[in-house]
Design a protein around this ligand. Structure first.
Ligand SMILES: Cc1ncc(C[n+]2csc(CCOP(=O)(O)OP(=O)(O)O)c2C)c(N)n1
Ligand SMILES: [Mg+2]
Length: 390
């Protein structure tokens, strides 16, 4: 919407996309400064109010849901959780670009993309509990959600194995002549050190696959800091090495994320090939509920990202100044989300685990005698009942 018509040079902040290949991969595209002021007011003149509010609501949904899920984990009601606190702009800004016909191949922190596309809170929570309403029948770890209807593929626990899948899906779309569809593949900074990343980006470039590969550079891979992850000046430059255009943007500026990813997705929809987008952000949370980052990093740095660099507050300040968000409205939206999440938890906690027979389903059309015999043996044996399933 704010991009110049095809062929015409872009102006103002958007001229970033017409810059030199290296400049785009080493600079930092930004539309909102840390204090919520616009880097280029005219560039935001045509910003859609509804979109801006959806981005805000989407970020708050992740923030509120994550907080509730972490509380459940600490109470022993779910086994495991990984938050995306501080990374909401990267998640939601990119999700908002995707269209229903697109495919999403996420990494660890993108459950919010699924939720933004329409995965219900109930389905998300059912998958965390692994109950009878869980579409994967309790066979996944918590925090590995999927949503077939919204073309949101389950995340891969093995770092970066999903990137060849994302590129492969895009290559298949191209072979099938599916113009206008994009596959979004996500990864973390640590993911870019894996062989699979390099194989995938290479093939994306060679095949001109209609994909947008998005790296959430949150500067940590569990306890490995960015400085020990790569000697490259930026992660985006790794795309340039494979002939894939790379864009580096401020991952805590949701408007910058949205426009950088929109630029990349428009290009893929036109048939002009892949883009690698590096979104600079910070993992404000622990790696997961099993981690204690105070043992390996200076948490005073984390506090800077949690406070003055918070992506939600940045957009909030801008929206309030533009008259698009009333004072106190944030609290009202957050309360509504909180109520939705609490209701969904109550519903899902009341649902029993998947039926025992589901253990032997989906492998053979007709379960073999051996599986049937094993099931009978389990059914006769003692069963441990979860205290949370009534
Ligand atoms: C192939 C593989 N190696 C190691 C691990 C253990 N592991 C899980 S997440 C992770 C770090 C991932 O870091 P990054 O890609 O930056 O993503 P982030 O967690 O920061 O979102 C590691 C090493 C794994 N799951 N798979
Ligand atoms: Mg990381």
């Amino acid at each position: 919407m704010v991009h110049a018509a095809s062929g015409a040079p872009r102006t103002g902040a958007f001229a970033y996309f017409d810059g030199d290949v290296t400049a785009k991969a080493t600079g930092l595209f930004q539309l909102l400064r840390e204090d919520g002021t616009a880097t280029d007011e005219p560039a935001l003149a045509t910003l859609d109010r509804g979109l801006a509010r959806r981005l805000f609501e989407g970020m708050l949904r992740i923030r509120v849901t994550d907080a509730r899920m972490m509380a459940l984990q600490r109470q022993g009601r779910i086994g495991f959780y990984g938050e995306a606190v501080g990374q909401e702009a990267a998640v939601v800004g990119s999700a908002a670009v995707s269209e229903p016909q697109d495919w999403i191949v996420p990494a660890l922190r993108e459950a919010g993309v699924g939720l933004y596309r329409g995965m219900t809170t109930d389905s998300y929570i059912a998958q965390i509990y692994g109950n009878a309403a869980d579409p994967t029948k309790g066979r996944q770890m918590p925090c590995h959600p999927c949503d077939r209807e919204h073309q949101y593929v389950v995340m891969s626990s093995c770092v970066s194995t999903q990137i060849p899948h994302a590129v492969g899906i895009a290559m298949a779309m191209k072979i099938a002549g599916d113009r206008g569809k994009v596959c979004f593949g996500y990864m973390g900074d640590g993911g870019t050190s894996e062989g699979d990343f390099h194989v995938a980006v290479n093939f994306a470039g060679v095949s001109k696959a209609p994909c947008v590969l998005i790296c959430q550079n949150n500067q940590w891979a569990i306890s490995t800091p960015g400085t020990l992850q790569t000697a490259a000046e930026t992660i985006a430059l790794k795309g340039v090495g494979y002939g894939v255009e790379a864009i580096r943007a401020d991952g805590n500026d949701v408007l910058a994320v949205y426009h950088a990813v929109a630029y990349a997705a428009d290009k893929a929809r036109r048939g002009d090939g892949p883009t690698f987008v590096e979104l600079l952000t910070y993992r404000v949370s622990a790696h997961t509920s099993s981690d204690d980052p105070s043992r390996y990093r200076d948490e005073s740095v984390t506090e800077i990202w949690r406070g003055q660099r918070d992506p939600i507050r940045r957009l909030e300040t801008y929206l309030v100044k533009r008259g698009w968000l009333a004072a106190g409205e944030r609290e009202a939206i957050a309360e509504q989300i909180e109520a939705d999440v609490r209701d969904a938890i109550a519903r899902q906690e009341a649902i029993a685990p998947p039926a025992l027979e589901t253990l032997i389903e989906d492998v053979f059309e007709e379960p073999t005698w051996l599986l049937r015999e094993q099931l009978a043996a389990i059914a006769d044996g003692p069963r441990v009942k979860s205290p949370h399933h009534r």
